[in-house]
Design a protein around this ligand. Structure first.
Ligand code: 5GP
Length: 189
């Protein structure tokens, strides 16, 4: 059976990673998106087991202690992590495993998996990033400020990634991401 590959989609909160990943999965049948664990509270409309595996701090810590996470990080005061088991199984099945994770997590995975490909998604400008985070309406002003501070730090890492995709237009950015995925799978797009 062919061994699958890992595609990491990272970048600041609000850049539109989630939308691009959803579109990617619609277009590339081999793609499988890992559902992360988090201690963050669900936003309205988010479904446990679909958007995230929502868990208490104690449950998350049990997984940390048991070594269940491929990577985990604290982001904006909450913990997020990728559970190792499903990812390893899907890789063994030859799937293109997509991780939508923050740059701290991306760094951890890159150290573990030599041939992981890392994509950094950016909004067209910092003002636009702020506008997108505010439009989502999910966070308080304090949380928004925290996310913007984190974004400034994260943007400095852009040069360490294999690809940078500017999410100025969702259709165009999706095409670019699909092209990256196809080349990873050894196909021409
Ligand atoms: P949000 O709370 O907006 O859903 O996500 C906040 C940040 O956490 C985003 O940058 C998102 O990519 C990141 N994130 C989501 N899941 C994981 C994960 O499993 N590991 C890491 N390191 N970051 C994650």
């Amino acid at each position: 059976m062919p061994k699958g590959r890992l595609l990491i989609i990272s970048g600041p909160s609000g850049a539109g990673k989630g939308t691009l990943v959803d579109r990617l999965v619609e277009r590339v049948p081999e793609a499988w998106v890992s559902v992360s664990a988090t201690t963050r509270r669900p936003r309205p409309g988010e479904v446990d087991g679909v958007d995230y595996r929502f868990m208490s701090a104690a449950e998350f810590q049990r997984h940390v202690d048991a070594g269940d996470f491929l990577e985990w990080a604290e982001v904006h005061g909450n913990r997020y992590g990728t559970l190792r088991q499903d990812v390893e199984q899907k890789i063994a099945e030859g799937r293109l495993v997509v991780l939508e994770i923050d740059p701290q997590g991306a760094e951890q995975v890159r150290r573990l998996v030599d041939d992981a490909v890392c994509v950094f998604v950016v909004a067209p400008s910092f003002d636009e990033l702020e506008r997108r985070i505010r439009k989502r309406g999910a966070e308080s002003d304090e949380e928004i400020a925290k996310r913007l501070e984190t974004a400034k730090r994260e943007l400095r890492l852009v040069g360490t990634y294999d690809y940078v995709v500017q999410n100025d237009d969702v259709a165009r950015a999706t095409d670019e991401l699909v092209g990256i995925a196809e080349s990873l799978l050894g196909r021409r797009s």
